[in-house]
Design a protein around this ligand. Structure first.
Ligand code: MOS
Length: 702
């Protein structure tokens, strides 16, 4: 089942299944989350969000609300503390979304227009709902559709917008088989178990923020810039986080908490409601994607053209880079991947688990299945035929690429060899049955981090690193990595994380967290073990070794670094209701050395469930008249619940990263990539009908 690469000298360290070290605290309630930590003199803030989709604030009628019970302050654009917008955010450009209560402009429905602070959360909410705000409304445009004439080419940011090689039209003309199809994906929303929450207070001249985020360093750095503070005078802690996956960076509520704490000189807590999260924490942009594939009759690709349109706001630019996956997965004589954006009067989208790759792989991996059908080639054989030797556009070697090993292992486990490729043939009562497959890939990156490991006189160890465990099991993985490097039993290792005072470290994102932190912990722990091997007594303060991976990470050779995977799904489609039920899913991944098989399996399966949810359920409806959502809550926005999720298996093949000191690649995101396509391809196999618009709702199936 599980393969480990390096023999470990310690029983029960890397490669061995471990429950979460903080698991008992979490299930008994001893672990406290950002919205639960007690503070004396705590006040509570509530954001008032605009009800119009575009315009200006004419007036904020604060006086009646200030007379309500418990109300301490009403902050708005005329009286809120000033913040700077002239700073660099994590995406490399200033993000004016955080400059709340600074001006009278309303760029979208759900924009923060006032902040009410009161003695209790209930009083703050009641006053916020009673606050009268007059607007001068302007016409808005929230309509996202394929081929909008006002699209533009976004600035190169995380990935290049366009990559082109070869003569596309000539190769398409020379192709024996051509697939030319359009796909769409809807707005998809973050639904972490723990909503966003932050408490800010001034502690002896230092700003202290207890928060739920993916990086205390990121939040501390941006708050320091926004409020023009010395970074050393800002401390952010994020000990336990109930989910994140892209939405838990700096958001308006942390800024609001700091403003109110500054004005009142009291601790102020902000907790977002689910409804507020729909406009405050970002979402996955809808996409409209056109894919043109041209191939020889045996399926060899001559042309791969993937054009993706997404949206952004009028406030800030964010690109969902959906066409990126084709740059990694397949070569073609002519290869073109392009992105365009349209600016609408909506909130700015953001990172969501496998940004771009999740939405783009639905389109590309569905199109590959359509090509396989047209060529009469097995979908796995088609992918094997188009396996590139080097990066299709970069020409760089792959650090390792075990995609075909995933397909081989998955096909064997799933029973793919027995599959009749013809669609619409298998019936069981009112159900039509089908199976599908798709490839997965995600970038395997790493970022610089620092760590400190201390040997204590009692034979235990303390690891200090500013990691964040958003629920992935990162804390436990770091215990195992340290234990292996120290040749110590995991029970003797304590890991301290989630505090900006611990120093710089990578954020929990981009599938880079555990890998980046493990690298730093491994280096510090190795050095410590060498020092301990020299002998001598350990002084009362212990012996500490420190590491900084900036140089090692910076010295990595230029290569294509990615994790890979293969998905398999079996679905049943109810011909009377149009309901699609996934009967089983199986994923096999090549994603580096697996540190903790128990939590790793949870990550892979979690990604696959999100992919199932994307395929069949998730979709937010934006009403064009009001510019806001219909059903912005868990009743109106359905994501996969237990009853929707069948038996899911996740396995992995041996695939250690050759350049990583632990062999890790990162596993947080590859599980979602391609999962929706595998299900869509299975629906086609069941019914003979292609579904190119997500989610595959019963009304679309019928
Ligand atoms: Mo993420 S979307 O890497 O938090």
């Amino acid at each position: 089942m599980t393969t480990t690469t390096q023999a470990t000298a310690v029983t029960g360290a890397v490669g061995t299944a471990h429950t979460r070290v903080e698991g008992r605290d979490k299930v008994t309630g001893a672990a406290r989350y950002a919205g639960e930590i007690p503070f004396a003199e705590l006040a509570h803030g509530w954001l008032v969000l605009s009800t119009i989709a575009r315009g200006r604030i004419r007036s904020v009628e604060a006086d009646p609300v200030l007379a309500m019970p418990g109300v301490l302050a009403v902050l708005h654009h005329q009286n809120a503390p000033r913040v700077t917008t002239d700073y660099m955010s994590i995406t490399g450009t200033p993000d004016p979304t955080l400059a709340i209560l600074q001006h009278d402009r309303v760029p979208y429905a759900g924009w923060p227009v006032a902040l009410v602070v009161a003695e209790t959360s209930e009083q703050a909410r009641e006053a916020a709902e009673a606050l009268v705000i007059e607007y001068d409304e302007e016409p808005h445009d929230v309509a996202f559709f394929a081929g909008r004439p006002d699209v533009y080419t976004p600035a190169d940011s995380v990935v290049p917008t366009d990559e082109v090689k070869g003569d596309m039209e000539a190769e398409l003309a020379a192709s024996a088989v051509v697939v030319d199809v359009e796909y769409t994906t809807p707005e998809e929303y973050h639904s972490p178990l723990e909503p966003h929450a932050a408490t800010a207070h001034w502690d002896g001249g230092r700003l202290d923020v207890v928060d739920s985020n993916q990086s205390t360093m990121w939040v501390a750095g941006e708050l320091a810039q926004l409020f023009s503070l010395d970074p050393a005078s800002v401390r952010v802690r994020s000990e336990h986080v109930g989910g994140g996956f892209g939405s838990k960076g700096v958001r308006p509520h942390q800024v609001a908490a700091v403003m109110a704490a500054t004005v009142l000189q009291r601790p102020v807590r902000m907790v977002l409601t689910r409804r507020q999260m729909f406009s405050l924490v970002g979402y996955r942009s809808p996409t409209a994607q056109r894919i043109r594939l041209g191939a020889d009759s045996d399926g060899r690709l001559r042309a791969l053209d993937h054009h993706a349109q997404a949206l952004t706001s009028t406030v800030h630019e964010f690109l969902e880079p959906s066409a990126y996956v084709g740059r990694v997965l397949y070569d073609a004589d002519a290869h073109r991947t392009t992105h365009r954006l349209v600016r609408l009067d909506v909130p700015t989208p953001t990172f969501m688990r496998a940004p771009g790759a999740a939405s783009g792989s639905f389109a590309l991996e569905s199109a590959l299945d359509e090509l396989a059908e047209k060529c009469g080639v097995d979908p796995i054989a088609l992918r094997a035929r188009n396996e590139p030797e080097v990066g299709p556009l970069s020409g760089l070697p792959f650090s390792s690429r075990n995609l075909l090993a995933c397909f081989e292992d998955g096909a064997r486990r799933f029973g793919w060899a027995d599959r009749d490729p013809r669609p619409g043939l298998r019936r069981e009562g009112r159900w039509l049955l089908g199976t599908g497959t798709a490839a997965a890939t995600h970038a395997a990156g790493v970022g610089p981090s620092t760590a400190a490991v201390t040997a204590q006189a009692d034979g235990t160890f303390d690891v200090r690193i500013n990691a964040t465990d958003i629920g992935t099991g990162a804390r436990t993985a770091l215990v195992l990595v340290a234990a292996e490097a120290l040749r110590a039993e995991p029970g003797r290792v304590r890991v301290h994380i989630g505090d900006s005072d611990l120093g710089p470290a990578m954020f929990a994102g981009g599938s880079m967290g555990t890998r980046s932190w493990a690298w730093a912990v491994m280096l510090a722990a190795r050095e410590l073990r060498e020092r301990l091997a020299l002998g001598g007594a350990i002084p009362p303060e212990g012996i500490t070794s420190r590491s900084d991976t900036s140089e090692a990470v910076g010295a990595l050779a230029q290569q294509e670094r990615h994790a890979f995977g293969a998905h398999f799904a079996e679905v049943a489609v109810d011909v009377t209701s149009g309901e699609v039920r996934v009967r089983r899913m199986l994923g096999v991944f090549a994603a580096g050395r697996i540190v903790n098989p128990l939590t790793a399996r949870g990550q892979f399966i979690g990604g696959m469930i999100w992919g199932l949810s994307m395929a069949l359920h998730e979709e937010a409806f934006r009403d064009s008249a009001s510019g806001t959502h219909v059903g912005a809550d868990f009743a109106g926005y359905h994501f996969a619940a237990n009853a929707d999720v069948p038996l899911i298996e996740a396995h992995w093949v041996d695939d250690p990263d050759p350049d990583d000191p632990v062999g890790i690649k990162g596993i947080g995101e590859v599980g979602i990539v391609g999962a929706a396509a595998a299900i869509a391809n299975a629906v086609w196999h069941a019914t003979g009908v292609r579904h190119r618009h997500l989610p595959i709702r019963p009304d679309r199936v019928l």
